[in-house]
Design a protein around this ligand. Structure first.
Ligand code: NAP
Ligand code: GDP
Length: 322
């Protein structure tokens, strides 16, 4: 039985609690320090969620009334290109274990995490929440994309069959402290921060992969964390919601790279390697639904957010995931 019944608190289990988004949530929850909530941030060392027994034991130990489900095999374009099968299988297993165990234990609400990179490759813009299943995803990440799409299918099916309140958020590209800063497998901003750090240290050029022309909407992990907490407490729908900056805030990879260069105070040569993949050209998302609920939500200015991420990486170089 859920612990909240004995002490009146909501017990919130965050899967993927050791990752980029999980750590931002941890910071926000600590800042709020609400007396009616108890948070548990699970790492993969607490339970391998691809394993049903370990998943059940974790839920037994924590006794969640609410679940924020972030755990996933995650990676940038170049990791996705290499491991489509692993992305599909691991994420299908993790998601099925977390959702089914939440159902078995009577969890009151689950918020799971999709991504704007799971939308159809051939589409009209801006994309919105109704278009997830309208056509095949980009070929670079079809394993990840189909596994994530199935969360939406399961949420609707749990609701239809059992009345469950399982919903999902759809963030755009996230970055911030505690990101994966690996040189090969990370997302673009953490990858470029690490590359820039090395170029500055060694006096070598900074190489940006692809042409720099693709467009992205980046969201700072602190902003996303605040929106996830709102989703958990106040978003009433089963249908997913895109959590994104406004369409006008979309920038090119070149713009993002220049912000990293400025924040790192890098004065060396910058090269574009156009033999490397550009991936999806754009995935411009509409945040109209979010704006209807939260018209006044203020996103952190991207230059400030990139500067904070660079400063965090430099300060935590020895311990950062890389
Ligand atoms: P991340 O930093 O790579 O963190 C992934 C988290 O998942 C880590 O806490 C990791 O645990 C956990 N995890 C992975 N495999 C696991 C397993 N088998 N069992 C238990 N835990 C496991 O990723 P993130 O960027 O925070 O992503 C969080 C969510 O946001 C994911 O669902 C992702 O798909 C989604 N998302 C991310 C982005 C983005 O740009 N980063 C964009 C859109 C959506 P350990 O570290 O302890 O191993
Ligand atoms: P995506 O938004 O899902 O495609 O994922 P990424 O965060 O990996 O961004 C990929 C885009 O950034 C592509 O256009 C890449 O060519 C470009 N890019 C430039 N340099 C890098 C880098 O060092 N790492 C990554 N992951 N992408 C880079």
């Amino acid at each position: 039985m859920a612990k909240s019944l004995s002490n009146g608190k909501n017990i919130i289990l965050v899967t993927g609690g050791s990752g980029l988004v999980g750590q931002a949530l941890k910071k926000m929850a600590a800042e709020e320090n609400r007396q009616d909530e108890e948070w548990f941030f699970a790492a993969s060392s607490d339970a391998d969620l691809t394993d049903r027994d370990q998943t059940r034991k974790l839920f037994e130990k924590v006794g969640p009334t609410h679940v924020i489900h972030l755990a996933a095999m995650v990676g940038g374009l170049f990791k996705n290109l290499k491991y489509n099968l692993d992305f599909y299988r691991k994420n299908i297993l993790i998601n099925d274990n977390v959702l089914q165990t939440s159902h078995e234990r009577g969890v009151k609400k689950v918020v799971s995490c999709l991504s704007t990179c799971i939308f159809p490759d051939k589409t009209t813009y801006p994309i919105n929440e109704t278009m997830i299943h309208d056509g095949p995803p980009h070929s670079s990440n079809f394993g990840y994309a189909y596994a994530k799409r199935m969360i939406d299918v399961q949420n609707r099916a749990y609701n239809q069959q059992y009345g469950s309140n399982f919903t999902a958020i759809i963030p755009t590209n996230v970055f911030g402290p505690h990101d994966n800063y690996n040189l090969e497998d990370s997302h673009v901003i953490p990858g470029l921060i690490h590359k820039c750090y090395i170029a500055k240290r060694d006096g070598t050029p900074l190489t940006i992969w692809g042409t720099g022309k693709p467009l992205r909407q980046f969201i700072y992990s602190d902003d996303l964390a605040r929106l996830i907490i709102w989703t958990l407490r106040d978003y009433p729908e089963i249908d997913p919601i895109i959590l994104s900056v406004d369409e006008q805030a979309e920038i090119s990879i070149k713009d993002a790279a220049e912000m990293v260069v400025a924040a790192m105070d890098f004065k060396g040569q910058v090269i574009y390697d156009s033999t490397k993949s550009d991936g999806q050209f754009k995935k411009t998302a509409s945040n109209d639904k979010l704006r209807k609920y939260l018209p006044n939500f203020q996103f952190t200015q991207i230059e400030k957010a990139i500067k904070e991420s660079c400063d965090w990486f430099v300060k935590n170089y020895d311990v950062a995931r890389k």
